[in-house]
Design a binder for this molecule. Structure first.
Ligand SMILES: [Zn+2]
Length: 293
């Protein structure tokens, strides 16, 4: 099963804490991470229906984790593709999407070209021709593209438009955000699937009935990427999904009978039965999961 790491850039705290990753419009803060997370979860949904395994480098809708921990996860897991999801900031007149890949990284550049191709086909505007080459001694020397290239892992960083442009803002956070985010997720997914040699079959399988809750026996929630390996053991035993955060579970609107929370706490998690498997550190949590198997 091919594996893709989805990397929703930054965290829920990166604008307010001075990182400036987001915009303030009309006195309201719009965190870039919220957009990145939503697009990532939409991509995850599409990829899963195509038999692609998805791992998150950073839990959607949660606090920022370091760039190094994101790329270290990739070095451990060795995914078939790493997709870093962002929105850009710049002068108010600049707009459109652009994709970064490390110069001379053949597979990453092939992927970047595919993203631009599918974005254009879906009518999404590009910034210039939509491509930027990441390289040393340049503002395009990005941690993600550089560190992946060093170990020959294919990956791209996609800026899905400029939060600082009036028209892009309406797409990213404003009145067109639902359709724009879905369009971006579909274009990214089509590119990923084409790269992996998998035929795109649509946004969801036919069995999924819209607006109806799906009832599921078991599911797992993790609160930190660190607990992913432990959660994966349990997921294999139970044959169930792993939600990368409590919010991701809530947003899924699935009704799960028995929820296992691996690591952290179970505050705010609702199901017929909720089991917490956690210790004060990653190893103890792993031990608790082993005991439960
Ligand atoms: Zn960003």
């Amino acid at each position: 099963m091919p594996t893709v790491i989805l990397d929703p850039g930054h965290g829920t705290d990166t604008y307010e804490n001075g990182g400036g990753k987001g915009v303030k419009v009309g006195g309201k803060v719009y965190e870039e991470h919220d957009f990145n997370s939503d697009v990532a979860l939409r991509i995850e949904k599409i990829l899963k229906t195509h038999g692609v395994k998805v791992v998150f480098s950073q839990n959607p809708y949660s606090k920022d984790v370091s760039l190094t921990s994101r790329t270290n996860l990739a070095k451990r897991i060795i995914p078939n593709m790493f997709i870093s999801i962002h929105a850009n900031a710049g002068a108010s007149s600049v707009e459109g999407i652009c994709v970064f890949a490390w110069e001379n990284a053949t597979n990453s550049n092939r992927m970047a070209d595919l993203v631009v191709k599918h974005m254009k086909a879906d009518g999404i505007k590009t910034h210039g021709n939509g491509r930027h080459y990441s390289m040393l001694n340049s503002w395009t020397n990005l941690h993600i593209t550089r560190e992946l290239a060093k170990v020959n892992l294919p990956g791209v960083l996609i800026e899905h438009g400029f939060m600082t442009s009036k028209s892009d803002f309406e797409n990213i956070f404003g009145k067109y955000s639902n359709s724009y985010r879905q369009k971006c997720a579909v274009a990214d997914s089509k590119a990923i699937l084409e790269y992996l040699g998998i035929k795109y079959k649509g946004e969801a399988t036919t069995q999924q009935k819209p607006k109806e809750e799906k009832e599921v026996e078991n599911a797992i929630i993790i609160n930190s990427v660190n607990d992913y390996p432990a959660a994966e053991l349990l997921a294999e035993k139970l044959g169930c999904s792993i939600y990368p955060s409590k919010n991701a579970y809530k947003k899924s609107q699935n009704k799960v009978k028995h929820i296992y929370v691996v690591g952290g706490n179970k505050d705010g998690v609702q199901a017929d039965k909720v089991t917490l498997l956690a210790g004060p550190d990653r190893l103890t949590t792993y031990g608790e999961v082993k005991k439960a198997l």
